[in-house]
Design a binder for this molecule. Structure first.
Ligand SMILES: [Fe+2]
Length: 289
């Protein structure tokens, strides 16, 4: 029996308006004819082997029902096996990123700058056989879920997994090319999103008050718009904010909440330096660039 239907029956039997079910999933029973699944998705992207940032995000995250990882689990950082092991514990919803492909030997390193290429080769040498194989089998986006209609998940762009959607101009083609109204993507390490309807297009960047505290910023979505939304990078932000980034999508409220959270930067940097990876990979974490 599908989850919603099962919840509906259970809710009606209990005479309840809300039914709490295992796995943290909450279903609403509005009446005997109509039931909706509430799905809160924790969106993680571009963790880049930064275990400290990942743990900080998981600690700061509000309640969620599912984790979707938008790619680049590894690369750059000093904890590839630890991050993969932790990410696997969070569920099985992943799309692959270009650094995942590089570390898995699925792409040439000629497109990478020398530092990124060096980090990819180092990562490949560190990975356990199991984690290397796991990386090799990560799916190419877009991926979708039957219980969250009209939403897809990719690494770069729904047109090409390796495309960078940095500007509104970059976003227009994928926004117009797909009937799916909401696309979550990563790859740029820039938190925010783009919207389009028949009248206008726009860019959204979350605004925060501090540079050192945990904060969040809500974005209510409109039903007549198409969106491309990036939760930001967990492990190597590039928008000038060093704090780890993630987002939560609430399918019932039709809203995205962007988060930033401080993490143990020094420990993440030490792991990079201890591995003799380029110093720049450690220093850029502090600058958020
Ligand atoms: Fe990345």
């Amino acid at each position: 029996m599908p989850g919603c239907q099962q919840a509906f029956v259970a809710g009606v039997a209990a005479g309840a308006h809300y039914e709490e079910l295992p796995l943290g999933r909450r279903y609403s029973v509005y009446n005997r004819q109509f039931v909706r699944c509430l799905v809160r998705i924790l969106l993680l992207s571009d963790i880049h082997s930064n275990l400290e940032a990942l743990e900080a995000c998981l600690s700061a995250a509000p309640a969620y029902d599912r984790v979707v990882n938008l790619g680049d689990v590894v690369g750059y950082g000093g904890s590839p096996n630890e991050v993969i092991d932790r990410a696997k514990q969070l569920g099985n919803y992943f799309v692959r990123g270009n650094h995942d492909k590089a570390a898995a030997g699925l792409m040439e390193l000629s497109d990478f700058n020398p530092i990124a290429g060096m980090a990819a080769l180092w990562t490949q040498r560190q990975l356990t056989p199991e984690n290397l194989e796991w990386l090799r089998t990560l799916p190419q986006g877009p991926i979708r879920f039957p219980d969250v209609p009209d939403v897809q998940f990719v690494h770069g762009s729904p047109i090409d997994e390796d495309d960078y959607v940095v500007t509104l101009r970059d976003a227009l083609e994928p926004l117009m090319a797909f009937s799916v109204t909401l696309t979550f993507f990563g790859h740029t390490h820039l938190q925010g999103g783009f919207s389009l309807n028949e009248k206008a297009s726009d860019t959204f960047r979350p605004a925060y008050r501090t540079v050192g505290q945990a904060e969040f910023c809500n974005w209510r979505l409109a039903k007549d718009h198409h969106y491309l939304i990036n939760p930001g990078s967990v492990g190597q932000p590039r928008d000038g904010d060093w704090r780890a980034a993630f987002a939560v999508f609430d399918s019932d409220a039709l809203a995205v909440t962007f988060h930033r959270t401080p993490y143990n930067l020094k420990s993440a940097q030490d792991r990079i330096l201890d591995a003799n990876l380029p110093q720049r990979l450690a220093s850029r974490l502090a600058a958020g660039r």
